[in-house]
Design a protein around this ligand. Structure first.
Ligand code: GTP
Ligand code: MG
Length: 199
């Protein structure tokens, strides 16, 4: 799929204020600093579209970007950022949970996992929660450029094995690097196929 246009539309904290209409949307979630905003910029080919930062906790709102005037990418705040304090953390969780559970237009949630780390409890619990709530999702391993190829496939393989303890069938999964534009074609094709099925 070609990206002909990508425009920022609105940021907000309330799912009820998200754009009206029936366009499908694809949201990106994961721990703070996992690379959500960078991935959105890589996919759209627009460097400064979503704000990125080396300090976790950059994205605090639900951000809608209209792509090719036909579908939305949604950048969500990261979960599990301790330095926000308990109140801030709970507020972010409320935003994330209400968006995921209430937003009917949300067609697929991409759950980003840092490919360098062992499976983390916070991500596994989040994925379990998605399962309990019947949320459609796919996994995206990020920052592949920071790993040697052997270690990368060992890590992602271990991750999928861990998930198999909980799931009979594994979710779709993608290996990406925003630095090297790895996984771009695969992700855009996946989205394109879903969009075509919805028509
Ligand atoms: P929050 O909005 O704070 O939740 O973070 P985020 O998940 O949106 O992460 P963001 O895209 O802001 O990236 C966090 C840091 O990781 C930045 O310093 C990025 O440059 C870096 N980063 C993101 N993706 C990659 C990648 O594929 N490779 C490398 N090497 N660094 C990356
Ligand atoms: Mg971000």
């Amino acid at each position: 799929m070609q990206i002909n246009s990508a425009e920022f539309v609105i940021s907000n904290t309330d799912v009820r204020k998200c754009p009206d209409g029936q366009l499908p949307e694809y949201a990106f979630i994961g721990r703070s600093n996992v690379g959500k905003s960078s991935l959105i910029n890589m996919l759209t080919g627009r460097r400064g579209l979503a704000m990125t930062s080396a300090t976790p906790g950059k994205t605090m709102l639900i951000n809608h970007f209209l792509i090719n005037k036909q579908w939305y990418i949604v950048d969500l705040p990261g979960y599990g950022f301790a330095r926000r304090g308990q109140k801030g953390k709970e507020q972010i969780e409320r935003i994330i949970h209400s968006y995921i559970l209430q937003r009917a237009q949300m067609t697929c949630l991409f759950v980003l996992i840092d490919s360098r780390h062992e499976p983390q409890r916070i991500d596994l619990e989040f994925i379990e929660w998605l399962g309990e709530n019947g949320v459609p999702f796919a996994l995206v391993f990020t920052k592949a450029d920071k790993m040697k190829p052997g270690a990368l496939s060992a890590n992602t393989g271990r991750y999928l094995l861990k998930l198999q303890e909980q799931w009979e069938e594994l979710p779709p999964h993608f290996i990406t690097s925003s630095e090297e534009r790895l996984g771009r074609e695969e992700l855009l094709e996946y989205i394109d196929n879903i969009n075509k099925q919805l028509k």
